[in-house]
Write a protein that binds this ligand. Structure first.
Ligand SMILES: [Zn+2]
Length: 346
């Protein structure tokens, strides 16, 4: 782990080199980083979300969100070159937005169960405990606490509840509390946070049948949406949301597919690369056909792009290992624009 075979993984509190040293070692071993990403994503989906990778479906017992019907994820790299994932998850029994709005409108009992479910799986506040957080507390380098047996005596369960409250409070303060950084004010957000913090405080979840809007309870304006089990057992920052409207679904799909389709090169850089390619075309004699000279031009432009394209070491290893950008639960069909337009025309 981090290039050090002396770390005793059976201990709960691991003895690790400092963060800077770990980052340097990881940079020198991108293979370890991609292996760890695959291991983490598969462990999360198998053990917490109850996905059977062999059978390609939810396990019989399900997971912390219930039963998963399918998922689609993309692996992305931060500006520092670190892998992380974005996932859309379809739940078994999930309704489409208009069916859902009907149920919420017509059945107070359904509304009650619906809010109880979402308030259980998504939290936006931390427990009110007095736990102090040590300045050097790093949840990433600790193993999570070991839960008791399912039918443990009540005093053991009470003790476990207290342990969990402390864990949620400490991990939540370090991993889920949002503080605005310069990145919050990029992309024309000079006077507001790009991630929409602080969130609006909502005392109780509600449904407005006029606007079909579902508003979920929110007690703390600066805590990023999280799931208790993912926080405590993965010990990593995350953001989990439910998509309850057509507009929300569209926004999420654009958000997630943008990571695949976004070009790293900006428009002005493209134009500059193209003009450089054009100037490098050798002067052709009279006997070269227009098709031939067009081929030369295309070839020059493509090699100019490829020559400028930069990939992170982790990204390169990820591709060499045979992983693509997408992480689907089922086989998917690429929706290329020309195929799509052909399909619509037919
Ligand atoms: Zn912010």
């Amino acid at each position: 782990m981090f290039g050090n075979q002396m770390v005793d993984l059976s201990k709960r509190f691991l003895e690790m080199p400092c963060g800077r040293e770990r980052a340097l070692r990881l940079m020198q071993d991108p293979m370890a980083a991609t292996d760890f990403f695959e291991f983490s994503f598969r462990s999360l989906f198998h053990h917490l979300l109850g996905w059977d990778f062999e059978a390609g479906r939810s396990t019989k017992a399900g997971g912390i969100l219930g039963f998963i019907r399918s998922f689609y994820g993309t692996s992305e790299f931060t500006e520092h070159g670190s892998l992380h994932g974005h996932f859309l998850i379809w739940l078994e029994g999930g309704l489409n937005p208009s069916e859902l709005h009907d149920c919420l409108c017509n059945s107070p009992k359904y509304q009650q169960r619906f809010f109880a479910y979402f308030e259980d799986i998504i939290h936006h506040h931390l427990p009110d405990t007095d736990d102090a957080i040590e300045p050097d507390f790093e949840p990433h380098i600790q193993r999570p606490p070991c839960p008791p047996e399912v039918h443990a005596p009540s005093d053991v369960m009470q003790e476990w509840d207290a342990i969990c409250a402390t864990e949620i409070k400490q991990c939540g303060e370090v991993l889920q509390r949002h503080c605005c950084w310069p990145v919050c004010h990029k992309y024309g957000n000079a006077d507001r946070c790009h991630f929409l913090f602080p969130h609006e405080i909502v005392d109780a979840s509600s449904f407005d049948s006029e606007s079909n809007s579902v508003v979920l309870m929110c007690y703390n304006a600066n805590i990023n949406y999280f799931n208790l089990y993912i926080l405590v057992f993965c010990r990593h920052n995350h953001d989990i949301k439910c998509i309850l409207s057509g507009r929300g679904a569209k926004a999420a799909m654009f958000y997630i597919s943008e990571y695949i389709t976004t070009m790293d090169v900006k428009t002005y850089e493209v134009l500059s690369l193209l003009s450089q390619a054009v100037t490098r075309i050798p002067a052709c004699g009279q006997d070269v056909s227009p098709a031939e000279s067009a081929k030369v031009l295309l070839h020059k432009c493509l090699s100019q792009f490829n020559g400028q394209h930069q990939v992170h070491a982790q990204q390169a290893v990820h591709y060499i290992q045979g992983f693509g950008d997408g992480i689907p639960s089922h086989e998917t069909t690429p929706m290329l624009s020309s195929l799509l337009i052909g399909y619509v025309k037919d």
